[in-house]
Design a binder for this molecule. Structure first.
Ligand code: BG6
Length: 478
């Protein structure tokens, strides 16, 4: 494929989140956040769906891998040097809210936390790497969950706005790309991460979830406005978990079902944040689910005025839907459900591998919004093996990323305005859904294992050298 498909200045890089790699969960004045108290292992997924799971540390029963992460807090210089060696133009990372406001509701920020990110940004700039910073990536201060009930509570808007203004003011000369909430729509499937509460009863689910979204929309819009005022020329994006949804077959019942599922998951949040108003289709959904939003005077105006500059999204897989799933094999790995797609292979975690789905997603998003798109997460979680000579031959990861970059090139030729691409977990880190270390995404191997053992030593995988060439040739050499 020809490299000129990718525009000059295309933002190649990698992505991580504070809670999955920093560790040092009690250092530098940091308060506890949600992932600090989430157990490791496949059991995590089951526990976070249990409304009675209490968010307490029980070391005798569970392990807590996010507490140490991969110790980026102490090793960031070496890690950033490796990112620079690969030629990263950008590095997507997040700020841990509880490093800046340990409980989330203090009047003044924690200077040690602010100083840590100053050091990280300075280190990145030393290599000419531009940070892309997510303000909230599944790492809400635990106190806001316990004492406030998470985003159900309107008070969170003012607390988030204070936090956002503090980081914009502090880093105004160092960060120009910002993202408000990571995978905001994931609150529909994993509320504890993004919305900060467990759904207690099925009948409360709809009201609580959509009221919490409303609070986040207002908070996100206030942050966009503040960022533009405090940092002229800054670019603020939203971030959606995007999963293109196919109908299982040509049965119109299934086509309609897939459309409805897709609108809810993929478009509802984005429509509000990109267009600045609630989409028309949601009215019927609210009515049918007895949802009555408490919208205060001025909220809709704030939402209208605080639309995003670009659309950030994660893409890992597609989803295939059928109205009556009883006779089909459910696709268990896909975090958003669906049935198995017979045309697609799966990762060891059951995530369906679908590069054409990325081209479809890019076209769908651009057709709908006509705003710059930024793929801020994409990657392949796999078991890696360290060979006797110390090398890691991760050809499966190269194949996955290559095919997705090819799909991006096609979409650019289709006319899509794509700003950049940051692969997820550019360095091995703790998995979000399972808390495992063995679900590895990185170009850089980290010697840490599910039981917590390991030296934390870093090693370059085969994909490290491959991605370095991709960036050096602006996507020409794949
Ligand atoms: C996205 C999240 O859902 O997917 C990341 O934004 C996460 O935090 C990534 O790590 C991959 O998911 P997992 O569960 O394999 O870590």
């Amino acid at each position: 494929m020809s490299g000129n498909r990718f525009p000059k200045g295309f933002l190649w890089g990698g992505a991580t989140a504070a809670n999955q790699l920093e560790g040092a969960y009690r250092e530098g004045g940091k308060g506890l956040n949600v992932p600090d108290v989430l157990p490791g292992g496949k059991i995590r997924h089951q526990l976070i769906s249990d409304p009675h799971f209490d968010l307490e540390i029980k070391e005798e029963v569970y392990t807590y891998p996010n507490q140490e992460g991969i110790d980026f807090y102490h090793r960031y210089k070496g890690d950033i040097a490796l990112f620079a060696e690969m030629g990263f133009k950008v590095y997507r990372m997040s700020i841990a809210w509880s490093r800046i406001f340990p409980n989330g509701d203090e009047e003044t920020p924690n200077e040690e936390g602010l100083a840590f990110y100053d050091r990280v940004f300075d280190e990145l700039h030393q290599y000419g790497i531009e940070p892309v910073v997510t303000i909230s990536h599944y790492e809400m201060p635990l106190h806001l969950v316990k004492a406030y009930g998470g985003w159900r509570n309107r008070e969170l808007i003012a607390l988030f706005e204070r936090y956002a203004k503090v980081v914009f003011t502090r880093y105004k000369s160092k960060v120009k790309y910002w993202i408000t909430f990571n995978e905001i729509n994931s609150g529909l499937v994993m509320p504890i991460y993004g919305l900060g509460f467990m759904v207690e009863k099925e009948e409360d689910k709809y009201q609580a979830t959509f009221q919490a979204f409303h609070h986040q929309f207002v908070a996100s819009a206030l942050a966009v406005k503040a960022c533009h005022e405090i940092i002229p020329g800054s670019k603020v994006g939203n971030m959606i978990l995007y999963v293109p949804t196919y109908s299982y077959d040509a049965n119109p019942e299934n086509v309609l079902f897939a459309l409805e599922e897709e609108r809810l998951l993929n478009y509802f949040c984005g429509d509000v944040q990109v267009r600045g108003e609630y989409p028309s289709f949601i009215k019927r959904y609210f009515k049918e689910h007895h949802i009555q939003l408490d919208i205060e005077k001025g909220d809709l105006e704030i939402i209208r005025e605080g639309t995003v500059d670009f659309i950030g999204f994660s893409y890992y897989m597609s989803r295939t839907e059928k109205k009556d799933k009883s006779s089909e094999q459910v696709s268990e790995g896909n975090i958003v459900g669906g049935v198995k797609n017979p045309f697609l292979a799966r990762s060891d975690w059951g995530w369906e591998i679908d590069p054409i789905g990325l081209r479809i997603s890019l076209n769908q998003l651009y057709d709908r919004y006509q705003k710059p798109l930024f793929i801020v997460e994409n990657g392949f979680g796999a078991y890696d093996k360290v060979e006797k000579d110390g090398s890691i031959q991760d050809d499966y990861r190269i194949d996955y990323i290559r095919s997705h970059i090819q799909a991006m090139g096609e979409a650019i030729e289709d006319g899509v305005d794509l700003m950049g691409y940051t692969t997820w977990g550019c360095i091995d880190l703790v998995s979000n859904s399972t808390g495992e270390m063995s679900k590895r995404y990185g170009f850089i191997y980290v010697d840490k294992h599910d039981d917590g053992s390991g030296t934390l030593e870093r090693k370059r995988k085969k994909s490290f050298f491959w991605y370095k060439d991709v960036i050096a040739t602006n996507g020409e050499k794949l």
